[in-house]
Design a binder for this molecule. Structure first.
Ligand code: PLP
Length: 422
């Protein structure tokens, strides 16, 4: 930990951000133990503000949007379109029309693959990803390669889990049409130097999609400063509802892309001979969307913005420093992913205990972590392991949670006989 981070840690970590009281689920017990929720990379818990926003939508404002002449429909439409502006401000997009609501990150990436990709790529064109990617940022491109004859290239990472920048640059060539990179690795926590990678990709004539699923909840995101062409994220990893997320796309790109789902709301005119399509973003939002989810997502953004993204980033960085130091005291524990720039994710393996067994024992102690390949099988292969145990931190976690994690690991080692003294 560097000096400013250590100072921030001293000031912030013991007390925490004092937000747990906003999250009703955190007061429940599991197996008779206090719930220690350290699986925020999979999904985050929801504050009352989000739960209430969804409930109030159904109680007071529910109607279908865009098509109604009545007051309630107009009201629901206003809430929906206001939420688009909330997302725009949150990631500093230039226009609200650059925000497409999707079911989440996965759908956003598939949208780009099937709309932009299918109509743009030619056999032999290249898509560049990295070893760090989640399956959601691999498989849609593999499907696209099968459909178009394009070729998937993969930039390697170091043993610390950092992208090898020279190798990345060397893989950019005249056939590279798209670079698809994660902002933050869900399995290791590595933060990629996205602005620099975007610059290099653009210089090579490629456009860039950033998978922001693990970034938006942990640091301020400014898509214009990053310079990316597409940015995808999910509401549920941002203290918002499941089933809702967003795709940011530069307006010229979105406007030039064909629809990928057909149906209501995405058309201008329909006849049996020919249909014409609405402008972006409506062109990409066929059918009745997840209106309550959109309202809940806006509430989540208001909530984290109220806490302050800079405060969240500083606090989580401090807590990560504390947790890293605490785990390093555990005998036989090896951290996987030790990048210099890391988000609050700790992946590890422990001698003599399979990650799934560890997860089960920790669960009995009320400590919820994730065990397995974290939807990043190629990354696990890179490290020669089937999976890891992963503790991923959120804004409500504190030093007591880290102490509970370490104590539960200690118990597991004692049970497995890999540690004799307690
Ligand atoms: N990308 C990353 C880095 C992720 O961590 C995840 C989810 O874990 C996804 C994409 C997929 O997100 P969703 O399942 O919300 O579409």
């Amino acid at each position: 930990m560097n000096a400013p981070a250590a100072a921030a840690h001293a000031a912030l970590a013991p007390a925490g951000l004092q937000l747990a009281g906003d999250f009703p689920i955190l007061s429940r017990t599991v197996h008779g133990k206090r719930l220690v929720y350290l699986d925020n990379g999979a999904t985050t818990q929801k504050p009352d503000a989000v739960i209430e926003a969804e409930r109030n939508f159904y109680r007071d404002s529910n109607a279908n949007i865009h098509r109604g002449v009545h007051w309630l429909s107009q009201h629901a439409t206003d809430l929906y379109e206001d939420a688009r502006k909330t997302v725009q401000r949150f990631i500093n997009a230039d226009k609200a029309d650059e925000i497409v609501f999707t079911r989440g990150t996965t759908e956003a990436i598939n949208l780009v693959a099937q709309s932009w990709g299918r109509t743009t790529l030619q056999p032999g064109d290249e898509i560049l990803v990295t070893t760090l990617e989640h399956h959601s940022n691999i498989v849609p491109w593999q499907l696209l390669c099968e459909q178009t004859g394009a070729v998937l290239k993969v930039a390697p990472i170091s043993d610390a889990g950092e992208l090898e920048l020279e190798a990345f640059e060397a893989l950019l060539g005249p056939r590279t049409r798209l670079v698809a990179i994660t902002h933050v690795s869900n399995a290791l926590g590595t933060v990629n130097p996205v602005a620099r990678l975007v610059e290099q990709a653009h210089a090579a004539g490629a456009i860039v999609l950033v998978d922001g699923a693990q970034a938006v909840a942990h640091q301020a995101v400014d898509v214009q400063a990053l310079g990316c062409d597409f940015y995808a994220f999910s509401g549920h990893k941002l203290y918002g509802p499941t089933g809702i997320g967003a795709l940011y796309g530069r307006f010229e790109l979105l406007q030039a892309m064909p629809p990928w789902h057909g149906g209501g709301d995405m058309i201008r005119t329909v006849s049996f001979e020919r249909s014409t399509y609405a402008d972006a973003p409506q062109r990409f939002e066929a059918g009745t969307p997840n209106i309550a989810g959109v309202v809940g997502l806006a509430a989540a953004i208001d909530y984290v913005s109220g806490v302050g993204m800079a405060n969240i980033a500083a606090y989580e960085h401090a807590l990560l420093g504390h947790a890293t130091a605490a785990l390093q005291t555990v005998p036989g524990l090896r951290l996987i992913g030790t990048a210099a720039d890391k988000a609050a994710i700790l992946s590890f393996v422990i001698d003599g205990i399979h990650p799934h067994d560890l997860g089960t024992i920790l669960d009995a102690e009320g400590v919820a972590i994730r065990a397995g390949h974290h939807c990043a099988m190629p990354l696990m292969t890179r490290f020669g392991i089937p999976g890891t145990a992963r503790a991923s931190l959120g804004i409500y976690n504190d030093e007591a949670d880290i102490a509970a994690l370490v104590a539960a690991i200690d118990k597991a080692q004692y049970m497995f006989g890999t540690r004799q003294t307690r």
